[in-house]
Design a protein around this ligand. Structure first.
Ligand code: SAH
Ligand code: SF4
Length: 346
């Protein structure tokens, strides 16, 4: 049976037929306003609560938990009903609290430098499974308020289009989250970017670029062979024209691969032509990719060179590295090839 978060307000009210209307409102309030687990909504009678708990079981079972950065970065490995595992990362900053959610169990895109890509694909996640990650994190963040949701965990959100759109709509309409606080990160599924632009949804789009010449990008991001940089540029142009919103590019800096002076020029041309923001990510280590991340000095120089060319650029911090919770390090046991869950101490 799906999670209670799978349903719209009307659908849920219908599933509660036999109960007075105000009960449906109480359940809805508990789920969305309070972010409570259905079994813990104390405004409804105990018997109904336990019946609803059975009717709408929670999708997530905690299989593992690790934390680092003095507890301000926390990662959960969740086991889903069919045994697939996913990961969710909560990051508390001074000015915001962000949850990084998975949109698929594993990923089929096979980016060479990404642990999720290296481990392979299991299945799509449902709307309920993604929303439950947000609600779980929201409870864990208390008393602070969860402010941001980023689709940067396992999986390619635009290869699970219906779920991604459903989740964004619900977080906006039911949880009251604002557009600039919801970020979908995509590896560049061009037709899906265009479709998303037409949804009129309140969200921020980040595109994982990593290379601005086709030869290098084909190596790093195999999807580039299907939607190359020219095709991606078209989709980005359409996104900006349709939504009126700024785009950002993610670029994981890899020693000698995409941190050269030539790469600076190529990236600057591509980003400036779309007036996009660039977010540099120092490459995080993964077991299946032995090339090193750029040195701290090179990250600094690369950033500076971009700035000098007029590019709007920031460097993302490497939160969660010691617990394999940083960008691209989420892999675990999704495809069943790796049975144990390795945990390094923080
Ligand atoms: N599939 C989506 C979202 C998940 S990946 C995407 O690719 O955009 C989230 C971000 O982490 C992406 O920008 C991805 O390129 C980046 N990433 C993957 N592996 C990484 C690594 N080893 N070091 C740093 N960033 C990495
Ligand atoms: Fe999938 Fe994104 Fe990793 Fe590529 S970088 S394999 S698209 S999760």
């Amino acid at each position: 049976m799906p999670s209670a978060y799978e349903y719209t307000k009307e659908e849920l009210a219908e599933l509660l037929t036999g109960e007075p209307r105000y009960r449906a409102d109480q359940v809805w309030h508990g789920l969305w306003t309070e972010g409570q687990d259905i079994k813990e909504i104390t405004t409804i009678p105990k018997a109904l609560r336990s019946k609803l708990g059975e009717q709408f079981p929670s999708s997530l079972e905690v299989a593992n938990f690790v934390e680092s950065d003095l507890g301000s970065t926390q990662k959960w490995v969740f086991r889903l009903a069919d045994g697939a595992t996913i990961e969710t990362v909560l990051m508390a900053y001074e000015d915001r609290v962000t949850v990084c959610v998975s949109s698929q169990a594993g990923c089929a895109m096979g980016c060479t430098f990404c642990a999720t890509g290296q481990a392979g694909y299991s299945r799509q996640l449902t709307i309920g499974e993604v929303i439950e990650q947000v609600m779980f994190a929201s409870r864990a963040a208390a008393p602070r308020r969860l402010s941001n949701v980023v689709f940067m965990g396992m999986g390619e959100p635009l290869a699970n289009y219906a779920t991604t759109v459903g989740v964004v709509k619900r977080l906006h309409e039911y949880k009251g989250m604002s557009a600039r606080n919801l970020t979908v990160s995509t590896v560049g599924v061009a037709p899906a970017i265009e479709k998303l632009a037409n949804e009129g949804l309140p969200l921020t789009l980040a595109v994982s670029l990593h290379a601005a010449n086709n030869e290098t990008r084909n190596e790093l991001v195999p999807l580039n062979k299907r939607y190359n940089l020219e095709r991606l540029h078209e989709a980005c142009t359409m996104w900006i024209a349709t939504t009126g919103r700024r785009l950002s590019f993610e670029w994981a800096l890899i020693d000698g691969v995409n941190d050269t002076d030539q790469a600076v020029e190529e990236l600057a041309d591509y980003a400036l032509s779309l007036r996009a923001h660039v977010n540099l990510i120092p490459l995080n280590p993964t077991p299946g990719y032995l090339v090193m991340g750029s040195s701290g000095t090179r990250v600094y120089e690369f950033r500076k060179a971009l700035e000098e060319l007029g590019v709007n650029v920031t460097v993302r911090n490497t939160r969660g590295r010691s617990i394999d919770a940083a960008c691209g390090q989420l892999a675990q046991v999704t495809n069943g090839k790796r049975r144990s869950i390795p945990v390094r101490s923080a």
